[in-house]
Ligand binder design. Structure first.
Ligand SMILES: C[S@@+](CC[C@H](N)C(=O)[O-])C[C@H]1O[C@@H](n2cnc3c(N)ncnc32)[C@H](O)[C@@H]1O
Length: 214
C-alpha cells in the first residue's frame, strides 16, 4: 500500500516546497537505488517540514527513534542550536556504517549521536530534557516509546510521530487491519486521550502526529 495521500497531491505539494539540499538529494537517490525498503525514508516534503519545525523550535536536544539512513536526522539537525545534540537510535546493524558516512560527509558527526540497538533499551539510558522528539520506528512500540519519553520532554517541547494514518488502514475495522495498523490505531486513541499534550494530526504524507507538551 502507498502513503495515505495520493501520489499526485504529494508531488504537487513537493513542487511548491523548498528544494532539498544537493546532499539530501544524493542520500534520497542512493537510498532508492541501494537500500531495501527505501520508502521508509522521510523524503523531500516531510524532510523540509521536519527541518522547518526544528528551525522554529531551535532545540538544544533532539531525540529521534528510527534513523534508517539518517535522512530525517540530518533534516532535524538543521535547527539545532550551537552546541546542541541530536540522539538517533536504530537497531539495524547493516545501515550504521552508511549513516556514519552520511553524518561525516555532512559535517554533522559532532552534533549527531548515533545509538545502535533497540530503542526500548536505549531510551532509558538517555537523560533529556528533550526539546524535540521524532518517533519513527516499529509501529507496535509507538505507545511504549511515548511512555518512555514523555517525562523527558520539557514543557512546551514538541513530539512528532510518523505514519499515523498508516496508508489509510486506520479507516478499516479492526479485524481488517494489519497488526501495524492496529497498533497505530491504538496509539492514536491513546494520544487523543492524553491530557498532558496538545495535538494536531497532520495529513502530510502518511500522517504525522504533531504534539506539544503542556
Ligand atoms: C521508517 S524507518 C525510519 C526512517 C527515518 N526516520 C527517516 O524518516 O528517514 C524505521 C527505522 O526504525 C528502525 N527500528 C525498528 N524497530 C526498532 C527498534 N525496536 N529499535 C530501534 N530501531 C528500530 C528500523 O531499523 C528502521 O531503520
Amino acid at each position: 500500500m502507498s502513503d495515505a495521500i495520493p501520489d499526485e497531491l504529494h508531488r504537487y505539494a513537493e513542487s511548491f516546497t523548498s528544494q532539498e539540499s544537493d546532499f539530501l538529494q544524493k542520500i534520497n537517490r542512493e537510498t532508492n537505488t541501494q537500500v531495501p525498503q527505501a520508502n521508509m525514508l522521510s523524503g523531500h516534503l516531510q524532510g523540509r517540514f521536519l527541518s522547518m519545525i526544528s528551525r522554529m523550535v531551535k532545540p538544544v536536544s533532539i531525540l529521534e527513534i528510527g534513523t534508517f539512513v539518517g535522512y530525517s536526522a540530518l533534516c532535524l539537525a538543521e535547527g539545532l542550536q550551537e552546541g546542541g545534540v541530536l540522539h538517533t537510535i536504530d537497531k539495524n546493524d547493516e545501515l550504521i556504517e552508511r549513516c556514519k558516512r552520511y553524518f561525516h560527509e555532512a559535517g554533522m558527526d559532532n552534533k549527531i549521536n548515533l545509538h545502535n540497538g533497540d530503542a526500548l533499551d536505549i531510551i532509558p539510558t538517555l537523560s533529556g530534557p528533550f526539546d524535540l522528539v521524532f518517533i519513527d520506528a516499529d509501529k507496535p512500540n509507538y505507545a511504549a516509546y511515548f511512555d518512555l519519553i514523555i517525562d523527558k520532554v520539557r514543557q512546551g517541547g514538541i513530539i512528532m510521530a510518523d505514519n499515523v494514518l498508516f496508508h489509510g488502514e486506520t479507516l478499516l475495522l479492526g479485524d481488517k487491519q494489519s497488526n501495524n495498523a492496529k497498533a497505530i490505531s491504538a496509539f492514536n486513541r491513546k494520544i487523543a486521550a492524553d491530557q498532558r499534550i496538545d495535538k494536531v494530526m497532520l495529513t502530510i504524507r502518511d500522517g504525522l502526529f504533531f504534539m506539544m507538551k503542556k
